[in-house]
Design a protein around this ligand. Structure first.
Ligand SMILES: *[C@@H]1O[C@H](CO)[C@@H](O)[C@H](O)[C@H]1NC(C)=O
Ligand SMILES: *[C@@H]1O[C@H](CO)[C@@H](O)[C@H](O)[C@H]1NC(C)=O
Ligand SMILES: *[C@@H]1O[C@H](CO)[C@@H](O)[C@H](O)[C@H]1NC(C)=O
Ligand SMILES: *[C@@H]1O[C@H](CO)[C@@H](O)[C@H](O)[C@H]1NC(C)=O
Ligand SMILES: *[C@@H]1O[C@H](CO)[C@@H](O)[C@H](O)[C@H]1NC(C)=O
Ligand SMILES: *[C@@H]1O[C@H](CO)[C@@H](O)[C@H](O)[C@H]1NC(C)=O
Ligand SMILES: *[C@@H]1O[C@H](CO)[C@@H](O)[C@H](O)[C@H]1NC(C)=O
Ligand SMILES: *[C@@H]1O[C@H](CO)[C@@H](O)[C@H](O)[C@H]1NC(C)=O
Ligand SMILES: *[C@@H]1O[C@H](CO)[C@@H](O)[C@H](O)[C@H]1NC(C)=O
Ligand SMILES: *[C@@H]1O[C@H](CO)[C@@H](O)[C@H](O)[C@H]1NC(C)=O
Ligand SMILES: *[C@@H]1O[C@H](CO)[C@@H](O)[C@H](O)[C@H]1NC(C)=O
Ligand SMILES: *[C@@H]1O[C@H](CO)[C@@H](O)[C@H](O)[C@H]1NC(C)=O
Length: 517
């Protein structure tokens, strides 16, 4: 009988992929978070296992009628064989994405914990829970999970008190104002940034239980996420989340435009461009006495060591001279080594001109590379200042639309990918509509740990992008330790997965006119 189930799921999968081909909506994949499979297991080929499969197939076939929540019972021959299950989608996700999410959840559970007597799985867009216990009328906070953004806020006390009071108001909204057991709420923070909060309970709870569950979850935020720029608590009966970027769609009164406005910078480049474009530099305000020959000699040696190492196919290199001057360069990971070398050569030359050799420390940014030096050992330290950003912002707060949510989600996933990779480099693309594709890139200096890389990029996404005032899509933010870029055209080379190098035929092509603004 399990093969019947597989059959049904396959049919469903085929059906759903046909549906998604027919639609003009942008593609979106459910994002897996966490699962719990009880260690209390049944034996294979028992009627209980058969019932679990039945339940999962019943659940996966039920979001068809736009249902965002559904519960079902498979009655066993003996009461202990009965099994109770439910799923819930985040109230703002489309019914198509809800269906896909529930289907993914059932497939993952049936392949990864086929014999468990209880299981819960959470995705960003939905959750699914089954148990031999009657779960419909009780409030449950176990099994549970918490997640936190790696980034830390600079002023945790005032930030967390805003988080708690806003989540609290969001919980009131969900249980008192709209009684939908789902609510989102925004608050202003750090002057120009926005705090985004979301709470949701399964609709089978009583209002009192829903509020109790949310209170427990909000209280648990202090355990997982104190001082973090984002966090969430996942219970079977409810969940809460806050971030400094939009992660849900606010129902909009104005219809979203068909095409997104694109940022038109003076130096937009494509994945073919070969010239290192100078972006910005910063010289520290402290200087050594101009007559300090020791520092100047070390400084000269350092820059020449950096320049010569850049031509030997390294994308990142750090070095020091006599433990007195420290320096590094970082090239965009996708560049062929020739272009990296060109950029670093240019950078060492320009940094000497722009900040003369008496400065304590300096940094220079190009489209292709970054170079910095200091009298202090800054290696492996997460540094977010000085900052350079090139974003198109408007003065007026805009409503969050599908596109900003998609951009934030794509950047967030790119940041995770960069942190998890050995090169601390990640790229991503996402189709926004029939005509537009979003391209994103995130990179950290390779001396950062995975956690610090994600932390640096998390702070950047949360605090340096004014989400509610983005005028158009396209731009970049640069810190000493990490950087992000996003555009509506492909500005990076696809790295050949097998060799880890850019494919040669793409390296020396002329700049196509279509990408020049
Ligand atoms: C369960 O049943 C299938 C066929 O339905 C069989 O191939 C398999 O060996 C059985 N497994 C156990 C553990 O009995
Ligand atoms: C799912 O179960 C319900 C009863 O719990 C039943 O009415 C419905 O027909 C089932 N659906 C499928 C597709 O098995
Ligand atoms: C769904 O849950 C409610 C309680 O919230 C219960 O009365 C109902 O029987 C359940 N439906 C199924 C099909 O199990
Ligand atoms: C979360 O789950 C753990 C067991 O994994 C449990 O000890 C803890 O009490 C749960 N938290 C809440 C708030 O129920
Ligand atoms: C949250 O709201 C409850 C009542 O709704 C109140 O008692 C509690 O003090 C509030 N907590 C915070 C941190 O605002
Ligand atoms: C999480 O919530 C449970 C239930 O309310 C509580 O016992 C526990 O102390 C909370 N943990 C933290 C860290 O707040
Ligand atoms: C900035 O955004 C506004 C509003 O979308 C747009 O009209 C303008 O052209 C954009 N500016 C640049 C430099 O892209
Ligand atoms: C140098 O810059 C730092 C901040 O970057 C500032 O706190 C300090 O006062 C400045 N010093 C001088 C002499 O301008
Ligand atoms: C000169 O530079 C060296 C090397 O960076 C440094 O250790 C020393 O303190 C500097 N001396 C003065 C007088 O600034
Ligand atoms: C790289 O720099 C080191 C000093 O950090 C130097 O000894 C070495 O010769 C350089 N390598 C190349 C290939 O230039
Ligand atoms: C640096 O680049 C600029 C233009 O991008 C070019 O004019 C200049 O000659 C280059 N300098 C060096 C030293 O490569
Ligand atoms: C460069 O970009 C174009 C379109 O933006 C794309 O078709 C092409 O595949 C890209 N090449 C590489 C190597 O990424």
């Amino acid at each position: 009988m399990p093969s019947n189930m597989t059959h049904l799921l396959l049919l469903l999968l085929t059906f759903l992929s046909l549906v998604s081909f027919a639609t003009t909506e942008a593609q979106d994949d459910p994002f897996y978070l966490y699962q719990f499979c009880s260690s209390d297991k049944t034996n294979p080929n028992t009627s209980f296992q058969f019932n679990v499969n039945n339940l999962l197939s019943n659940l996966s076939s039920n979001p068809t009628g736009n249902a965002q929540f559904y519960n079902t019972t498979i009655t066993g021959e003996t009461p202990s064989d009965s099994i109770y299950g439910l799923f819930m989608c985040r109230a703002d996700v489309s019914s198509q994405l809800c269906q896909q999410c529930v289907l993914d959840a059932t497939l993952k559970l049936s392949s990864e914990c086929p014999l468990s007597k209880q299981a819960v799985i959470w995705y960003e867009e939905c959750m699914l829970w089954y148990s031999t216990a009657l779960i419909f009328s009780t409030m449950a906070t176990t099994p549970n999970s918490t997640m936190q953004n790696s980034g830390h806020v600079p002023n945790p006390e005032s930030f967390m008190s805003l988080v708690f009071s806003t989540l609290n108001q969001t919980a009131d909204k969900a249980t008192i104002d709209n009684k939908k057991y789902f609510a989102t709420k925004e608050a202003n923070v750090f002057g120009s940034q926005t705090l985004y909060c979301l709470v949701q309970c399964t609709p089978n709870l009583s209002p009192h239980d829903c509020r109790t569950c949310l209170n427990d979850a909000i209280e648990n935020i202090s355990g997982c996420c104190e001082g973090r720029i984002g966090g969430r608590v996942l219970f079977p009966s409810c969940n809460v989340r806050y971030e400094l970027y939009p992660f849900y769609t606010i129902p909009s009164s104005t219809s979203t435009p068909k095409l997104l406005p694109e940022t038109k910078t003076s130096h937009a480049d494509s994945n073919f461009s070969e010239d290192p474009v100078y972006l910005s530099h910063n010289c520290s305000n402290k200087t050594f006495s101009a007559s300090n020959n020791t520092f100047q000699a070390y400084h000269t040696t350092l820059l020449s060591n950096l320049a010569s190492n850049a031509t030997s196919s390294k994308k990142f290199y750090k070095t020091n001279v006599s433990d007195s001057v420290f320096g590094l360069f970082l090239c965009r990971e996708d560049l062929p080594s020739g272009l990296c070398g060109d950029c670093v050569q240019n950078a060492t030359h320009q940094i000497s001109l722009k900040c003369d050799r008496s400065f304590h420390e300096a940094i220079i940014w190009y489209s292709h590379c970054m170079l910095r030096y200091s009298y202090r050992n800054f290696f492996s330290k997460l540094e977010i200042s000085p900052m350079f950003s090139e974003l198109n912002t408007t003065n007026k707060d805009k409503e969050q639309n599908f596109f900003t949510v998609k951009l934030a989600k794509t950047l967030d996933q790119t940041a995770i990918q960069a942190g998890d990779s050995d090169e601390r480099y990640g790229t991503n693309s996402a189709k926004l509509n029939d005509l537009q594709t979003l391209y994103t890139l995130a990179q950290c200096t390779q001396d950062l740990s995975t956690e610090d890389c994600k932390g640096c990029l998390g702070i950047m996404i949360g605090t340096s992008i004014p989400w509610s005032r983005l005028g158009s899509i396209g731009g970049r933010v640069l810190y000493p330790s990490c950087n992000i870029r996003f555009e509506l055209f492909q500005f990076y080379r696809d790295i050949d997965k097998t060799t880890g190098t850019p494919t040669p035929e793409n390296v020396h092509l002329a700049l196509p006119c279509v990408n020049v603004f």
